[in-house]
Write a protein that binds this ligand. Structure first.
Ligand code: DX5
Ligand code: ZN
Length: 228
């Protein structure tokens, strides 16, 4: 069966209310989110700290769609089993996180998760050329990782190159950082199918008033539909 390359929006809970993740996730899913993107940061690989496996396990039961865990940590390997047990569907490690990304991706699959590999803006598409049979997802960072709400860095050339390298392999292309109705059509047209968006989805809404979450996601979808 061929891979579902239809557009999927993955709100990043980095832009949600940290004191109310359960209800935020339920609200954004009810408003049409396809996946939920969970940003794990260690204050070492990236200059910010978020949360670890216990919180990921606690929010798992609130996610009915797909739990997409983005590890911005180094090293990765000592934590793979803990995040797998926490219920991650996709577990994504950075190609820059250490010298043995191949081993890391093997370990993620061995732990029962789908494996993703992420590339920082400064890393070329060729860095994952030997990894494409080991992954289910390639995440192209369109900001330098660490913070939500940054401006989009144009990586459409890299997305196009990856789309061609991936060919018929069942590998998603995910875009992470600065996705808005203005930038989404560029990466969608270049071949991306999963769009992570934090600030552009959560802005203007809340658990008490979640309708803007739906409107924000529709604006991204409509912009992609009308552009393609
Ligand atoms: C950045 C994170 C992103 C971030 C995206 O390091 O990996 O997932 O939450 O946030 P926005 O959509 O606001 O750029
Ligand atoms: Zn992310």
């Amino acid at each position: 069966m061929s891979l579902d390359r239809s557009l999927k929006i993955a709100p990043s809970i980095l832009s949600a209310d940290f004191a109310d993740f359960g209800r935020e996730i339920e609200a954004v899913e009810a408003q049409g989110a396809d996946w939920i993107h969970v940003d794990v940061m260690d204050g070492h690989f990236v200059p910010n700290l978020t949360f670890g496996p216990p919180l990921v396990a606690a929010i798992r039961k609130h996610i009915k769609t797909v739990m997409d865990v983005h590890l911005m940590i180094a090293p990765v390997d000592p934590y793979i089993d803990a995040f797998a047990q926490a219920g991650a569907d996709y577990l994504t490690a950075h190609v820059e996180s250490g010298p043995h990304i191949h081993r890391t991706l093997q370990a993620i699959r061995a732990a029962g998760c789908k494996a993703g590999v992420a590339l920082n803006p400064g890393t070329p598409a060729e860095a994952v050329a030997e990894l494409l049979d080991l992954v289910d997802l390639v995440c192209v960072m369109t900001v330098n990782p660490g913070f939500g709400g940054q401006s989009f860095i144009d990586m459409t050339g890299k997305v196009r190159a990856l789309r061609s390298m991936i060919g018929d392999r069942p590998v998603h292309i995910e875009i992470d950082g600065g996705v808005t109705p203005a930038t989404a059509p560029l990466v969608r047209a270049a071949g991306a199918d999963v769009l992570v968006a934090g600030s552009a989805v959560f802005k203007g809404g809340s658990v008490a008033d979640p309708v803007p979450y739906g409107a924000n996601m529709r604006a991204i979808r409509t912009a992609c539909d009308t552009a393609v």
